[in-house]
Design a protein around this ligand. Structure first.
Ligand SMILES: *Cc1c(COP(=O)(O)O)cnc(C)c1O
Length: 387
């Protein structure tokens, strides 16, 4: 829900742009802090969800660490004053220069995804006379029951070390003298809304812990990744994910050894609801089944619908109830200007009668929105405003 004042402000700013409600971000962060602190859990923010400097500075101010998936994300985290000892670095394809950079910065941990990667990090650490802290990213073969493009914890996915490879990896680690195994890492997917999925993860982690105990290997850190979903359909009703149940579930089901620390890597759950893509209607075009509302924002500003058939709630702010309480709705295919048929934000969307110049909001766009924007069709890079 946007106030009349905010909507009037939007009308004075050139579209399209991202609007970030920093109050919503801060309230979300406060909840994360309070609920995770109950169990002494450590939270890292996954930069890939949104690496906007202003947001990163606020996130950092809540004492949250950084979860990075590229060398430039590690660099960005350091530039935004995240402490190196609070930075973890995952990714199936870490390049040598990215590894070298993270080694120079003495980050907390490399989350390693293959035996081949372990060998390369060992070699590069040796050349620098350093010991790299590593965690094994294990593919627990747990189904996240989410869109197939954002499922990462099944054997068919490229991520992590499979359970059947573990013995070989444990054996190899004994010879890789410049690596220090400090933890186990898991991340099974994104936009997970059924909490029982995380319970399945906990039970699998409990089993995997015993494998390491049989090998008499002490594990200091258990990192269960991120993936907590948000409500794209009812952003006003459910502005905050259920962090209370989420953290409690891990406390209830994860068998944590007394010396162990538990880490989380939340991205979407922290930033999704604070962001909205604001755009303007350029044309109403008459179609066969439904009419088209053609916006000045497209897949170049918000790729998720085209990439994952993702849903974003679409609202016509110019014709919103504040102005037009009785207006009936019509169906529109809401599309962007890009020369791709996938450039569609929603089919047969119910909106009040919509006109050229109306302001359209695409809600819950704070995660995987601005960071995925591109210059395809030589578009201008999307701007952001904050309140
Ligand atoms: C993307 C990613 C996350 C964050 O996922 P969300 O669904 O945004 O919480 C956490 N850890 C790793 C390793 C990731 O790749």
């Amino acid at each position: 829900m946007f106030s009349k004042e905010t909507i009037n402000k939007f009308k004075t700013i050139p579209t399209p742009f991202y609007y970030y409600d920093l109050e919503v971000l801060k309230q979300t962060l406060q909840l994360v802090k309070t609920e995770s602190a109950k169990y002494n859990f450590i939270v890292h923010y996954a930069l890939k969800a949104n690496a906007n400097n202003k947001l990163l500075n606020i996130i950092k101010s809540y004492g949250i660490g950084a979860d990075c998936v590229s060398g430039n994300e590690v660099k960005k985290a350091i530039e935004c004053n995240f402490n190196a000892e609070d930075i973890v670095f995952a990714g199936v394809g870490k390049a040598d220069d990215e590894i070298n950079y993270a080694l120079e910065k003495d980050i907390f941990c490399f989350n390693c995804e293959s035996l081949q990667e372990l060998e390369v990090i060992n070699q590069l650490a040796l050349a620098k006379h350093k010991t790299a802290n590593i965690a094994l990213r294990i593919n627990p073969n747990v189904n996240a029951n989410t869109h197939k493009y954002i499922t990462t914890g099944l054997e068919e996915n490229k991520f992590g070390i499979n359970l059947w490879e573990l013995d070989a990896v444990i054996k190899a680690l004994k010879t890789l003298k410049n690596l220090q195994l400090i933890g186990l890492h898991f991340h099974i997917g994104s936009q997970i809304t059924d909490l029982s999925t995380f319970r399945n993860l906990c039970l699998r982690v409990n089993e995997i812990q015993t494998i390491f105990e049989h090998h008499k290997i002490r594990i200091e850190n258990i990192n269960v990744g991120g993936g907590l979903g948000v409500d794209y359909h009812e952003p006003d009703k459910n502005r905050f994910p259920d962090f209370v149940s989420y953290f409690k579930l891990f406390n209830d089901f994860l068998e944590v050894r007394p010396h162990q620390k538990v880490h989380f890597e939340l991205g979407r759950a922290i930033v999704a609801q604070c962001g909205t893509l604001i755009s303007k209607v350029l044309y109403i075009k008459i179609g066969v089944n439904t009419n088209f509302a053609i916006l000045d924002a497209g897949m170049t500003e918000l790729l998720r619908p085209a990439l994952y058939q993702a849903y974003h709630k679409i609202e016509n702010l110019s014709q919103s109830e504040i102005y037009n309480p009785k207006s009936e709705t019509l169906k529109y295919d809401v599309v962007g200007p890009i020369c791709e048929s996938a450039d569609c934000f929603g089919k047969a969307v119910q909106l009040p009668e919509t006109f050229r110049g109306d302001i359209i909001a695409l809600r819950t766009a704070g995660a995987y929105g601005e960071v995925m924007s591109s210059a395809y069709n030589l578009r201008e890079r999307v701007k952001a405003i904050y309140y």
